[in-house]
Design a protein around this ligand. Sequence first.
Ligand code: KIV
Length: 271
Amino acid sequence: MSVHTEVKKITTHQLQMMKSRGEKISMLTAYDYSMAKIIDAAGIDIILVGDSASNVMAGNETTLPITLDQMIYHTNSVTKAVKRAFVVADMPFGTYQGDSHEALRSAVRLMKEAAAHAVKMEGGSEIKESVDRVLSAGVPVMGHLGLTPQSIYKFGTYSVRAREEEEAQKLLEDAYVLQACGCFAIVLEKIPSELAKKVAEEIKIPIIGIGAGQDVDGQVLVVHDMLGINKEFKPRFLRRYADLHTIMTEAVQQYITDVRNKDFPNEKECY
Ligand code: KIV
């Protein structure tokens, strides 16, 4: 298997070059130091400190409850571990939508207090002012269109977005808006592959898909899902690369047995 593992920091410029060379961009989430260290050393291009931390780390039903302080905590843990990957921090719900000045303050906190390299915001033309203001301060912005989980109560369901012509057209227009603002990349979540292909062909900045098919510039998954730590979440787009749920359960059960049987610690494990 050939992956890029040399320690040369990934930049927005390199991501753009990867798109122009037709090299696929790999992206995974991480929320803590130990996981970030493993996936960075493995050669991932982008680490997303996603607000999916709200589900995966905190056990919330949606991404809405996570706070800016909590995102700063997770992002700070990740950036301390990373030597090569480009680290993008999600702007949590309620910290950028209504007020572009608040958006800038939130982004600045993620950059200053957590050493993020960029921020991600969900939405298109509705958040243009916030995207513009954050970019004007020199903070790279990644867009996020399609299924935007912060709007789950508006959508009412996590099913595929933009199947209808009107929504598909709006999504393409929003991608143009984000590109014109100066975003360095856009995530497309859970939309038909044909639409994602069209966006990736027309839009010049990298398009990263999750449930958006093969014909985009890169892929992103939630690390706990692709490692099989989380068993319950099984959408069609998810490929499991390991069954850590079983491996971890068996390891813990073995430990319990060893403690109960006085097999642990043994002589070599004592001082
Ligand atoms: O928060 C997250 O993990 C995300 C990805 C699903 C793209 O936004």
